[in-house]
Design a binder for this molecule. Structure first.
Ligand code: SF4
Length: 380
């Protein structure tokens, strides 16, 4: 075990590590400046368990109804050996029906529903390499494949929904999502999140092909999203460019190599161990956990609640510290460059002299204050 692993192990404590997945990788690109999240994820710490122990609301928990709906939609699309998916991809990617076959990696080597990830990964790897070298059926949909992606020197298992082999020698990632596409338009926030997850699969597939010195262009930047059409449960497939998301994710994965620097900033005995008792319930005093979190710099933004289990903790902390982000996205953006609400107020009422970079913003704040004062006089 490397000294880096040992230090991350101390942070994590007695719990087993939670590996990165496409969702956590996508979250990296949503708030790349957050050292707290980078470190917790690198150590494989269960942020949902931390939030639960701190008695916080858990914004990322999906209702069972939503989970069941998503699963039912995915099953509907891949039922009967992918029969509903084939015409959709034929249209989206220009595949012809007789050329397409289907294979479900989920049940490789076992009679039950699922096989261990490792076995599925070995099978996926072998199928993709054979297809890439033209030694197998050139037109196959691989359902529930498992890929590896190197994240900060560790192998993370990723599970794309479907990989389509190959049009003109190029592989495509297909993501099945249960949010609707209404009149050809998906919800932009959800679509971006889905494309960022798909970007992780594209990079993992490229990493696999690179083992055989095959170029990254063998995996397309175009990702096919399969969603319910309008307000129905009929699926529709739409190709989207994930070029931007792939570039962003590659850059952020590169930054994870800075982990030793982040670790050096944390006091050596810091740990996020929940200290489970004999009944597996956490016994760690909450105050200690909050103090441990305070040793790692956060970068709270109102968008955190869409991608991080600790959003409510970090929001409360931002409020206590008077950070503009605690007042919402608009205020955070309007006060860009000013680190606290107190500074903004002091600049507005003249108690603080603006620096050169703060002059325009100070003028705008004072102008807003005059309007506010006039309105108050008018209504008095
Ligand atoms: S909620 Fe906190 S830990 Fe999570 S990304 Fe935001 S600032 Fe970082």
């Amino acid at each position: 075990m490397s000294s880096l692993d040992e230090r991350l192990g101390v942070l994590r404590g007695t719990a087993a590590p939670i590996p990165h997945n496409a969702r956590t990788l996508a979250a990296l690109t949503a708030n790349p400046s957050c050292e707290r999240r980078s470190l917790l994820d690198a150590a494989g710490i269960d942020k949902d368990a931390l939030a639960a122990h701190l008695g916080l609301p858990r914004p990322l928990r999906k209702s069972q109804l939503a989970l069941d709906y998503g699963l039912a939609f995915e099953r509907q699309v891949t039922a009967q050996a992918g029969a509903p998916l084939v015409p959709l991809l034929r249209q989206a990617l220009g595949l012809s029906v007789p050329e397409v076959s289907y294979e479900d990696v989920n049940s490789v080597g076992s009679d039950d529903d699922t096989s261990p990830l490792r076995l599925r990964r070995v099978h996926t790897r072998s199928r993709i390499r054979r297809a890439a070298h033209g030694r197998s059926d050139p037109r196959t949909l691989l359902d529930h494949p498992v890929l590896h992606l190197t994240v900060a020197g560790h192998q993370a298992y990723l599970e794309p929904d479907v990989i389509a082999f190959q049009r003109e020698g190029v592989f495509y990632v297909v993501e099945i999502k249960s949010f609707p596409v209404i009149h050809g338009q998906p919800d932009p926030i959800k679509a971006t999140a889905a494309l960022t997850q798909a970007a992780a699969y594209v990079l993992a597939l490229r990493e696999l092909l690179a083992e055989d010195a095959l170029p990254p262009e063998r995996v397309s930047d175009t990702v096919v999203l399969v969603n319910p059409r309008n307000f129905t449960r009929y699926p529709t497939a739409t190709p989207f460019s994930a070029h931007k998301q792939i570039k962003n994710l590659s850059r952020h994965l590169g930054r994870l190599r800075r982990l030793p620097e982040l670790l050096d900033k944390v006091p050596p005995d810091t740990t996020f161990d929940l200290a489970p008792g004999p009944d597996q319930k956490p016994t760690r005093p909450r105050g200690e956990l909050v103090a441990a979190l305070a040793t790692v710099r956060p970068n709270y933004t109102p968008g955190c609640r869409h991608h991080c289990d600790l959003a409510f903790h970090c929001r409360t902390e931002a409020r206590h510290q008077g950070k503009p982000a605690a007042l919402g996205t608009a205020v955070r953006e309007d006060l860009a460059g000013i680190d606290t609400i107190a500074t903004a107020l002091a600049l507005t009422d003249g108690h603080l002299h603006p620096s050169r970079g703060q002059k325009d913003l100070t003028q705008a704040l004072r102008h807003a204050q005059r309007i506010h004062a006039d309105l108050q006089t008018d209504t008095a």
